[in-house]
Design a protein. Structure first.
Length: 114
């Protein structure tokens, strides 16, 4: 278990080293659990969360992938309402497939650029 956690941490550090964010491009961080998915737009300069949303807040029935797409559509709407059009996508250590990919694709369809 210790080795698995260490590998995840190294993967997270490697991914975060490649992305750079500024005040004009805040970080769009996601977290995927077994049952839910969470998204936050974070301003790392001011250390504040600008917008956050999760599929727990929606009562829709459907698959996890469908609910992930709905989360991204909603987070993109909230971010655009705050005037944020460009973000940096931070997927932590999660692989870019399945629910994470569905989230990113629906965010791009909602005109959020990363």
């Amino acid at each position: 278990m210790l080795q698995k956690g260490l590998k995840r941490y190294r993967r997270q550090v490697r991914i975060r080293a490649k992305i750079s964010w500024t005040e004009s491009r805040p970080r769009l961080a996601i977290f995927r659990s077994n049952t839910s998915i969470y998204a936050q737009v974070i301003d790392d300069v001011a250390w504040t969360t600008i917008v956050s949303f999760s599929d727990i807040k929606t009562k829709d029935k459907g698959t996890k992938t469908e609910s992930a797409a709905k989360v991204w559509t909603k987070i993109a709407e909230l971010a655009l309402a705050k005037g944020i059009k460009e973000v940096v996508f931070d997927r932590w250590w999660f692989a870019y497939h399945g629910r994470v990919k569905a989230l990113a694709d629906s965010a791009r369809e909602a005109w959020l650029q990363f």
